[in-house]
Design a protein around this ligand. Structure first.
Ligand code: SAM
Ligand code: SF4
Length: 329
């Protein structure tokens, strides 16, 4: 699949549910409205859609959400998709999770062919963790991370940089990841979906994060890529990499290789634009995958050049109305 700007689309992110057991302040409001359950694709339909993308050249699949691991019987889908890892059609299958279910599922994930999980963790302080997630328990997530380690899963921590919330913890989080053997990526807040407050209050550009790290360690920019948008630096003192995802202060669209599928079968060709393609209609129109392939081709031909995210003080309306939990992070 090649888009109009010559970019090859090899990476599919699937939000298997928009529901979540947490309510992170930057992601959702406390009284978030979720998609009607009747609109959500069955696990069999998600399998068929993912398999169609793999047949069309997707090599990397990430399951995300909402919280993917709270969807009922999600392991049935993950185990079934594992056949594409076994056949070699898929090079990587990963999961982005808040970690709340890892204690229970880490072993099964590894057995199904998942080698790596991205776990979101914005603070190492239990009270702050509860305040950010509104419902989460840091102890449970930390136990889940140990279970992931024991199961042999590689772990990458995703930390959203939040001014006045975790900016003084940046070094501690980086040090802790180094000690635990976890990779780490910092993310800037993106203006996606109404959260009932102005995101510019907590927006922290990653240049500030980098400055804090540069003050204590020697960081060298490196060319390492994981197929995602992060730019990496190597830390001499810890021997580990730190990634930086800077959608606002540095536009990363030139090398974009991904598309995103929602749990209702909408395909978003760009995280930061509203245009979508209704693959549920194509999926249900015929049992013949050719109809689906044609709909996918048509969608890829509409992949835009890039996003237009900006976060400005006083401008509380998000750039796109959809929440990150709908399109998947
Ligand atoms: N529930 C899982 C989790 O938290 O990892 C997967 C879905 S979550 C939407 C994926 C990632 O998006 C998380 O790392 C989260 O911190 C990040 N995220 C959510 N809303 C965001 C926003 N508005 N700006 C930047 N990152 C956001
Ligand atoms: Fe849930 Fe992930 Fe959004 Fe937090 S960031 S509310 S864990 S979907």
């Amino acid at each position: 699949m090649i888009d109009p700007f010559g970019r090859s689309v090899t990476y599919l992110r699937v939000s298997v549910t928009d529901r979540c057991d947490f309510r992170c302040t930057y992601c959702m409001s406390e009284d978030m409205t979720f998609l009607p359950k009747s609109d959500v694709l069955s696990l069999e339909e998600l399998d068929r859609l993912c398999s169609a993308f793999i047949a069309k050249g997707v090599k990397k699949l990430r399951l995300t959400g909402g919280e993917p691991l709270v969807r009922r019987n999600i392991m049935t889908l993950i185990k079934s998709l594992g056949r594409h890892m076994e056949s070699g059609a898929l090079e990587e299958m990963t999961v982005t999770t808040n970690g709340s279910q890892l204690g229970r599922l880490a072993g099964e994930l590894k057995a199904a062919g998942v080698e790596r999980v991205n776990v979101s963790l914005d603070t190492l302080d239990a009270d702050k963790f509860h305040a950010i997630t509104r419902r989460g328990d840091l102890g449970i997530v930390k136990d889940g991370l140990q279970a992931a380690k024991r199961a042999g899963l590689a772990v990458k921590i995703n930390t959203v940089a939040l001014k006045g919330v975790n900016e003084t913890e940046i070094e501690d989080i980086a040090k802790w990841c180094g000690d635990e053997g976890f990779d780490l990526t910092f993310i800037e807040t993106m203006p996606m979906g109404e959260i009932g407050k102005d995101r510019s209050d907590t927006y922290l550009p990653l240049s500030a994060v980098r400055e804090r790290l540069d003050a204590i360690w020697s960081l060298t920019d490196i060319d390492y890529r994981t197929g995602g948008p992060a730019k990496y630096a190597q830390v001499k003192e810890t021997g580990r990499r730190i990634g930086f995802i800077t959608p606002l202060s540095h536009n990363f669209c030139e090398s974009c290789n991904r598309v995103r599928l929602t749990c209702t079968g909408q395909l978003y060709m760009c995280l930061g634009q509203d245009d979508d393609a209704d693959l549920r209609a194509a999926l249900r129109a015929s049992e013949d995958d050719q109809v689906l392939y044609a709909a996918i081709d048509e969608a890829i031909s509409r992949k835009p050049k890039g996003h237009d995210f900006i976060i400005e003080r006083g401008q509380s309306a998000p750039a796109v109305t959809r929440h990150m939990s709908v399109t998947g992070g």
